[in-house]
Design a protein around this ligand. Structure first.
Ligand SMILES: NC(=O)c1ccc[n+]([C@@H]2O[C@H](COP(=O)([O-])OP(=O)(O)OC[C@H]3O[C@@H](n4cnc5c(N)ncnc54)[C@H](O)[C@@H]3O)[C@@H](O)[C@H]2O)c1
Length: 675
């Protein structure tokens, strides 16, 4: 075989898409760029990385591109193939502006474009949507080939992707998923950051985070709702606020105004509290401020606390962005005896040594420079800063603050920095940490255990009017008097438009349980059928009841020992595929980092058909209830109640196994007597 024969054996290839090699793109000023990524490559590895990237490139362009790719690898740690990036901004268009044989193929192109929008993506040139390292795919060559496959696919085909690499279109059937993709799945003995970084630099692994590589990101709105509920419920649980109350007069302090963390400012305001959020990168403060998600900016610790206390005294909600390091802010609070009611952290600690956490004593630019030029020294700074950070958190907690880990691997990072006392069982983080994660105390028992999770949709017409219609329809499906969670969700959706949450596509998030998701989805599909609205992409974040096995986050309140297993997420993914979701995804990493979580998601295009009504009923029910079933089996009370009710209703002949509960005294007595 030679390259001529290979080229003649493919229709979908870059030189069919480009007559000539595209011009090297101009990088738009002020668009954030990813720092250099880590990879310890030998000479042989570098050769392999170049050969791997050139697999996408017709031979006639090899001579030109080989040195260009080598330069990217040396300067950026990865080969992104910048030359193939479209010039300027990429924006999701309305669905009818996309080419393709199927509605689904067009819808998925739209979702990809939204994930790469300058206004949405964290590092758009590096295909990174959010969470420091979460990419849509590995490089721009893949981007073009994926889009071409999506255009060409017919109803009876499935596109397979391995870590961003479009393997190809394979025959399936009309009820099968159109795309099945996995990201960063590694063989157990190699499943660590070091091997992942090498594999990513070689061009064989992609870090999909969750909805970045799962193509379902809807901007920071996606997390505002979850953060709003976490804060409200933390207040109810720890500050004595009544069920129907809000956070008026209470102070929440945290860090990060980035992709997801940016939601904290908006969420605290919606929950009617006062928030100070520390951020070291001024451009992110500006973005959130211009967007209206951050009300005020403070340039010193003193100013931040003064602004906060004014609003606390008046009982008015406000979000304050403090330009500086969270460790400095907490140091000031400890020294000056400032009261903080709720405390958290949302720096990207899942990538703590890769730029996710800016250590105390370095500015944001100094951090970027040191990361690039002296990684060893940078690592030392990070460890020192995390130790100090922990010391202040501990002191504040002793003074009455409620601290919770907000799913960014903060406590694991502190532990890895050498603070073993943060582990419940010193020397071993497997049994959890001394501070609760937000899932252990709040989201787990009160939200996920019932099956409530981050259901979301995108109006593919791009019309705001469609979004407003879906908001109203969803509100009509909720009974606010069923449970207090329903009341919170009802208020959320009623106020959603007023809160101006859309960034990028016309999308909405709404926490719902299995029943709610099915009812709302059927209603939307009927509206599409009747021509009231255009088609809708339905999906969810991976941060949900059933799609994610993550002992440090989503499954932190699983206490039967199965928190180290990944059976649920893999079964969830396979089950969604079997039931006909349009897009099925499964990732390693995501949220808390490589090897620490297995997570999956889905997308379902609502085309108004009866076929899709059936998929909604069977697939949404499975997608949620498999998670509730697993939680019930782990003896979580609210899940047992939910599953027992489901078994009694016995709607579609489902039957789920529920645990008998052994008496603790009996167990103790049995063991005692055997001694
Ligand atoms: N709990 C959840 O539901 C949830 C959801 C999404 C993301 N996360 C996790 O939260 C973290 C943040 O996600 P993101 O998408 O916002 O990432 P991001 O990288 O876009 O934002 C993090 C921000 O923190 C800032 N920062 C870093 N160190 C700082 C310091 N010492 N002081 C002040 N600011 C500092 C950075 O400049 C950046 O803007 C990730 O680890 C992610 O996995 C949790």
């Amino acid at each position: 075989m030679n390259n001529k024969i290979i080229s003649e054996s493919m229709d979908i290839k870059l030189d069919s898409l480009f007559n000539n090699l595209p011009e090297y793109p101009e990088f738009v000023k002020d668009i954030r760029r990813a720092p250099k990524r880590e990879a310890d490559l030998s000479k042989e590895d570098i050769k392999l990385a170049l050969k791997n990237a050139l697999r996408y490139i017709p031979e006639k362009w090899h001579e030109k591109l080989a040195p260009e790719f080598l330069k990217e690898l040396k300067e950026r740690g990865r080969i992104y193939g910048y030359r193939f990036r479209p010039q300027g901004n990429i924006k999701a268009k309305s669905i009818d502006k996309y080419d393709g044989k199927t509605l689904e193929g067009k819808a998925l192109q739209l979702m990809i474009d939204n994930n790469l929008d300058f206004d949405v993506a964290l590092y758009p040139y590096e295909l990174t949507t959010y969470g420091e390292t979460g990419q849509v795919c590995q490089n721009w060559m893949q981007y073009w080939i994926i889009k071409e496959y999506l255009k060409r696919m017919n109803k009876k085909q499935t596109l397979a992707l391995y870590s961003g690499h479009p393997v190809g279109l394979f025959e399936s059937h009309e009820e099968a998923p159109m795309v099945i993709l996995t990201n960063g799945l590694m063989i157990g003995m190699f499943d660590d950051m070091k091997h992942f970084n090498k594999a990513a630099a070689l061009g064989v692994a992609n870090y999909g985070q969750m909805t970045a590589g799962g193509w379902m990101y809807i901007g920071p709105q996606g997390i505002v709702h979850g953060t709003y509920m976490t804060l409200l419920n933390a207040g109810r649980l720890k500050l004595g606020i009544p069920q129907e109350g809000d956070l008026s007069g209470k102070l929440f302090v945290s860090s990060g105004l980035g992709g997801m963390s940016g939601a904290q400012a908006k969420a605290v305001e919606i929950a009617k509290g006062v928030g100070i959020i520390a951020e070291v990168d001024y451009s992110r403060i500006e973005t959130r401020h211009e967007q209206g998600w951050l009300n005020e900016i403070a340039r010193s610790e003193e100013e931040a606390f003064e602004m906060a206390s004014k609003h606390i005294n008046k009982g008015e909600p406000v979000s304050i962005g403090y330009y500086g390091n969270i460790v400095d802010l907490l140091e000031y609070a400890v020294k000056n005896d400032k009261n903080i009611d709720l405390l958290s952290d949302q720096t990207s600690c899942h990538a703590v040594y890769d730029g996710g956490y800016c250590p105390q004593g370095l500015t944001f630019d100094e951090r970027t420079e040191m990361l690039q030029n002296n990684k060893k020294k940078f690592k030392k700074h990070v460890d020192k800063s995390l130790k100090t950070h922990y010391k202040h958190v501990k002191k504040l907690v002793e003074n009455g603050t409620y601290f919770f880990d907000y799913g960014n691997s903060f406590m694991k990072a502190v532990y890895d920095a050498g603070v073993t006392e943060i582990a419940k069982n010193e020397g071993n983080p497997d049994n959890g940490f001394i501070f609760p994660s937000y899932v252990e105390d709040i989201m787990g028992p009160q939200i996920f255990d019932y099956g409530y999770g981050p259901f979301r949709w995108v109006c593919l017409s791009g019309e705001k009017e469609d979004l407003l219609k879906t908001d109203r329809a969803a509100a009509e499906c909720i009974d606010p008097d069923r449970r207090y969670q329903d009341r919170d969700n009802y208020i959320w959706i009623k106020e959603a438009d007023e809160n101006d949450l859309v960034v990028g596509s016309q999308a909405r998030i709404l926490y719902q349980d299995a029943e709610g998701r099915i009812e709302i989805a059927l209603k939307f599909n009927e509206m599409v059928r009747n021509g009231d609205i255009g088609p809708v992409m339905l999906g969810r974040d991976h941060h949900d009841t059933g799609g994610t096995d993550s002992p440090f986050r989503e499954t932190a309140n699983i206490k039967d020992g199965s928190n180290i297993m990944a059976d649920m997420s893999v079964n969830n993914f396979a089950g969604d595929a079997a039931r006909g979701m349009t897009l099925c995804t499964l990732h390693n990493g995501g949220g808390v980092g490589i090897s620490k979580v297995s997570n999956g998601g889905f997308g379902l295009v609502l085309d108004g058909s009866k076929r899709v009504d059936n998929i909604i009923k069977r697939a949404l029910s499975w997608d949620v209830l498999n998670g509730v079933a697993r939680r019930a089996w782990a003896r979580n009370q609210n899940s047992i109640e939910t599953i027992a009710k489901h078994n009694k209703n016995n709607e579609n002949d489902d039957h789920i196994t529920i645990p008998f509960i052994a008496d603790d005294d009996l167990i103790d007595k049995t063991i005692e007597e055997s001694r």
